[in-house]
Structure formats: C-alpha cells, structure tokens
Ligand binder design. Sequence first.
Ligand code: NZQ
Ligand code: ZN
Length: 399
Amino acid sequence: MGVNGHDDRTQCNEGGIFMNDFIFSYPTKVYFGKDALKKAAAEQLDAFGSNVLLAYGGGSVKRNGIYDEVMQVLKEHGKHVVEFSGIMSNPTYAKVQEGARLAKENKIDFILAVGGGSVIDCCKIVAAQAMSEEDIWEMEHSARRFPQQAIPMGAIVTASGTGSEMNGGAVITNEDLHLKAGMGAFPPAFAVLDPAYTMSVPRMQVLSGAFDTLSHAMETYLGNSDEDNVSDDVALAIMRNTVVNMRRLLKDIDDIQARSNLMWDSAMAENGILKVGRLTDFQAHQIEHQLGAYTDCNHGQGLAVIHPAYYRHIMNDAKEKFTRFARVVFGKESAEEGIEALAAFIEECGLPTKLSQLRSTTEITPELLRKVADSTNIINSNPRALDADEIYDILMECR
Ligand code: NZQ
Ligand code: ZN
C-alpha cells in the first residue's frame, strides 16, 4: 500500500466498482496514554541493538522535557545514543541523506523518531536509505522499486495529525526537483501516543494537524468505492469525531480529552484501516504537496485552503456522497450546504482560507501556481479526474 493514494491505488476493477481484494496485518504496536513511553520501553527496547539514532526536530522536545524523559529511558536500557536533530517541517531529501550518513557511520541498530509527521517521515526514509547503496529517490520514483529492508524504528508522537506513526509512507521534499512526494518504506515497530506530550504544541499547529486528519478521512471517503462500503461509515465517524473535538479545542485549547480523541482519530484516519478494499481520492493532498514543494507552507493549512475550492469543482460528480457527508458531519441537508459548512468550519477554526494567508518562502504569483498545477500528480480514482488547467483554476480561486 502506498502513501496518500499515490499512483499505486488508482487502478479500477474491471466491470464496475466493488470491494478490492486485500491482505491485512498490523505491524505497529501502539502504546496509548499515560506512561506509554515507559510501557513501550520496557517491552520493546531490549529487542534492538545498542546503537540508537535519536531523531528530533527544531528543539521543541528540549523545551517541553520530552527529550530528557527519552534520554533517561534510553540510558536505563544501556543504549549508546547518536543524535540526529534539526529535522524541519516538510523534511527534505538532503536531510534524509544526512541522517542516512549518520546511521551508516555509527552502525545504528535502531532509530527512535521523536516528533510530529515530519520527524517520523524523515526517519522512515533514513532507515531504508541507510541499508542501501542505491539512491532511494531514484529507486522509488524512476525504477519504481521499493526498499526491501530498513533499520527498525520506533515513533514517539509529540504532535498528532498526520497518522504517520502507523503507516509505512513518508512525504519528502526534493528541493532540487521541486517535488514533494510520497515515498514507501516500513512502518515503525511501535508507536508511543501519549496525549500529554501534545500539550505544548502551539494552538495553530494543533488545529492544522487536526484538519489534516479530517482531510485524510474525507479524501479516503471520496475515492471511488462500492455502495455501503464499511470504510465510508468509519470515515464519516472519524470526520464527525474530529470536528466535534476540534470544536472542543476552540473553547479550551488545553482540553486533554479532546486532544486524546484527536490523537487517535489521527492514527485511525491514516493507518490504512479506512483504505483496505477500496480506492481513495487524495487529489487535494497532491495539490497541497506541490504547493508545499514551492512555498514550504504548513501541510494542514495548505489543505484547509484547497479543500473547499476543490470540492466545489467536483460536487456534482459525487452529489450523493457529499450529501451524506453534509448530513453526518455537519447536520446539513444538501451537498452544497455541506461544502459551505466545511468552509465555514475552517474559518471558525481560524485556519487560513486564502493562499495569501499561508506562510510561504516565496510570493505566490500566478506563474508559481502554474508550476504547482503542472507538477501536481493527477488522481484517477476520485469522483472526476482533473487536468492541470483545472488544478490551476482551483489554485487561482484560492488566492
Ligand atoms: O521541530 P520542532 O521544534 O519539534 O517543532 C515542531 C514543528 O515546528 C512542532 N512540535 C511538534 N511537537 C511539538 C511541537 N511544538 C511544541 N510541542 C510539541 N510537543 O510542530 C511543528 C510541526 O511539526 P511537523 O512534524 O512538521 O507537523 P506534522 O505532524 O503536521 O507533519 C507534517 C509533515 O507530515 C507530512 C506532511 O506532508 C508534512 O511534511 N505528512 C505525512 C503523512 C504520512 N506519513 O502518513 C501523511 C500526511 O498527509 C502528510 O502529508
Ligand atoms: Zn495529510
């Protein structure tokens, strides 16, 4: 299974849409809740060798005390720790190569990723690259082969939303090629989900991450599927629960119960359960990823801008599904009202509604949007396949 509905899931069943065959197993053991780190460490750490690559981002783990807790646990288990720090949001391929070099030079046995989706994604590809002499970008994107082995890893989630901790996909930005693309690797052996660790995440990132979760469920739901697909019902439940708990956070951003629910919504939306036996959409994600490749914008916030505009374009191609979405998630009657309720909800959350509100490393001009549109991966398993011109129109409507 690829990540985010990339090319490998765009096939269609001959003679109509019905449930696809699948094999299902769950490789990631999840430790959720209070003292999850201690429980995971006691059960897991001794199974791996002593050289540990401890990976983290720009320093939040040092400010909130998670770094100290993790170091303590690693010390108690007699690990030799090599640090790999400074993993940025929207991790770059250059950073992956830096991590792989460190892992090789230090004969790393195990990688511990401590952070949000960016740190976890980066580590998945580091883990695979460190076990291969081939350039892994070339291997996946040109030769269309996926890595066969990787250094084992664990994930300690400090910011939820992407669900990366329970899947084998990663999204990496290749700055030289101006591409932000999904890559396939191996899922973490275990994941620590302690909602208390997310309490220091800034308000805007909490809501952006939660919107990413909502997006994953919507994107899966809107993929072509047979009627009465069980995944549709589960996806709608996750959407509704995500909206309910985001609204709780709007009242009290420190509501740990709401953050706990969102943490599990996040894992559920992108751990593959919703995707078994069906096709997915993920066109909004493809557009956002390319927007990110050119602007380095925040993932959840880019999605918040793109989703309503994209849905207005495809509403008539999936009217029944949008109507059901309107009823279940927002208590509205029609497809149109549902999409407008989504747009209003984005505003209610204070998330960006225009491209001009996104943090961007460069001015977002029509010329730039043309490049984004022309390089966006086109999905064929959504209600209607777009072309680059329509993607450009959507982006221009988002300005
Ligand atoms: O870098 P630090 O200092 O740690 O700060 C981070 C970062 O600035 C901060 N943060 C994390 N935990 C914190 C905290 N701040 C205070 N307290 C804490 N406990 O949060 C900021 C954002 O972190 P990041 O990891 O970039 O965010 P997110 O989890 O949203 O990950 C985004 C990346 O994941 C990819 C996105 O494209 C993007 O590159 N995705 C990965 C997916 C997957 N593998 O399944 C699916 C998604 O669709 C998505 O594409
Ligand atoms: Zn996402």
